[in-house]
Design a protein around this ligand. Structure first.
Ligand code: AMX
Length: 442
């Protein structure tokens, strides 16, 4: 059975040659132009970043190495073994393999990766958990998460190799070590925070399970339904092409040859913003806001009262969390697959019914409001209600789960950034005076 390191090693020379050939043949072609609106408006739609692992289509949504989420549910190995929805959701390790190598792994290969990650988890530096234990319980879990990951950076193989004078051509070998170690170590950092903030601080492992199952035990959940949810959750949050803030931040920081620990800590800080990953906590807060107000007013939460509450939010100049997207123009397939999961496992859940009613009315309201380019729900609109169903109600923590998953996509790409020798990222900025002068001279 091949290891992921062996598969990657055999792929690197060809990929390097392919990229060189692409540059040589097409290096001077124009991919697009940049308007003043785009320059001022957050570079929306500007094609200026290479990303291997996934691609996002505005209508169709995400493809991981060319595979949609429903494809992945058909072809990737599951906990029970062979691929296929009858055997449950894909394993995170299966998707990790696919994102890194672009190949669909066998169950034996995935099991090898699971065992390797369990082994690597034990190398979390011994000062990290005591440091996490010392943090104030009211510090936001995402802040604790980046502190934990930054602290684990003392174990970086790449940082050491760089100091020891490793040649450029070998960087990616050390980066791969770090990428695997970070992914392996994040569950313990994340679970320690959860157990510290909300419970007794005790983290128990079960390495007879897969990555997600073991993570659930570490968080303190022992429920096969929740294990399956976590497998799906961790798969769908991994990657969303390169331009989103967490992936882009990881890529940018890594381009300075910061090691994968520091680079992904940058990604986590971006994920912690309410317009990005923190939206999953905001959604639950928003729904609770409706529930409380309606309870106070003796009213039901239904299409009519949700509509009123939505307008109140919009009129207060706030966004509706979980709706809208910078690229997508249709319902996010990550939303749809979570909805499928809910319909299958919890069709009568009260909160799910509220989320469904929101989905019925929100696109119409946002369209009438007339601002957002995409009135449909994104991934964060649905994830919280599923967690809540299994008793995971500490929604201030939800973005940490997103962060465990996003590491897999952002760091798979970071491996290829170094294997392909991609350079320091450094776009050109311009002053308002420049724009004015330049445009007036046209
Ligand atoms: N509610 C209210 N207004 C919204 C809105 C929403 N859900 N989504 C967009 N708008 C507004 C914008 O604030 C902007 O208003 P402005 O002109 O006054 O500045 C206008 O509509 C145009 O925005 P856009 O081009 O449609 O979106 P964008 O690319 O600038 O931003 C996003 C995308 C996701 C930040 C935005 O849709 C938003 O704030 N959504 C709510 C937060 C959210 O769910 N974030 C999670 C996204 C997924 C993820 O990263 N995990």
């Amino acid at each position: 059975v091949a290891t992921i390191q062996e598969v990657l090693k055999s792929q690197v020379p060809q990929k390097q040659a392919d990229l060189l050939a692409l540059k040589k043949e097409h290096g001077d072609k124009v991919l697009g132009e940049v308007t003043v609106d785009q320059c001022i408006g957050g570079a929306r739609g500007v094609k200026c970043m290479l990303w291997e692992t996934s691609n996002l289509d505005a209508e169709e949504g995400i493809r991981f190495r060319g595979h949609t989420i429903p494809d992945c549910q058909q072809i990737l190995p599951t906990f029970k073994g062979p691929a296929g929805p009858e055997n449950g959701e894909p394993l995170l390790e299966s998707l990790f393999w696919l994102l890194l190598t672009s190949e669909v792994p066998t169950k034996a290969e995935v099991d090898g990766l699971t065992a390797d990650l369990h082994k690597r988890a034990a190398s979390l530096p011994s000062h990290v958990v005591p440091l996490l234990n010392s943090l104030p319980k009211d510090m936001h879990p995402m802040t604790q998460f980046t502190i934990g990951l930054n602290a684990a950076q003392t174990g970086s193989a790449f940082a050491k190799a760089y100091q020891d004078g490793a040649p450029k051509t070998e960087y990616h070998e050390y980066v791969l070590e770090d990428v695997l170690n970070v992914v392996a170590q994040l569950p313990e950092i994340a679970a320690t925070i959860y157990r510290n903030v909300y419970f007794d601080g005790v983290v128990s492992k079960d390495t007879s399970l897969d990555y997600s199952g073991n993570f659930c035990r570490m968080l303190g959940y022992d429920d096969k339904g929740f294990d399956e949810l976590m497998r799906l959750y961790l798969c769908i949050h991994t990657d969303h092409e390169g331009g989103n803030a967490s992936a882009h931040a990881t890529h940018l920081v890594g381009s300075t040859l910061s090691d994968p620990y520091l680079a992904y800590a940058g990604g986590l800080n971006a994920l912690a913003g309410p317009l990005h990953g923190l939206a999953n906590q905001e959604v639950l807060g928003w729904i609770q806001g409706i529930q409380k107000q309606m309870a106070d007013e003796g009213k039901e939460v239904n299409a009519e009262t949700i509509t009123q509450f939505t307008w109140d939010t919009l009129n207060a100049k706030k966004v509706i969390p979980g709706y809208g997207h910078a690229v997508l123009r249709k319902t996010d397939p990550r939303y749809s697959c979570q909805r499928e999961f809910a319909l299958k496992h919890m069709p009568d859940d009260e909160l799910f019914k509220i989320v469904s009613t929101i989905y019925e009315v929100m696109p119409g309201i946002l369209t009438e409001h007339g601002k957002t380019k995409n009135p449909y729900p994104n991934v964060d609109s649905h994830s919280g209600v599923l967690l809540w169903h299994y008793g995971f109600t500490q929604f201030q923590y939800y973005t940490v789960l997103f962060g465990v998953s996003r590491a897999v996509g952002a760091l798979s790409q970071l491996y290829w950034d170094r294997a392909l020798g991609l350079p320091l990222e450094r776009p050109k900025s311009v002053t308002p005076e420049f724009i004015k002068k330049f445009c007036e001279s046209q």
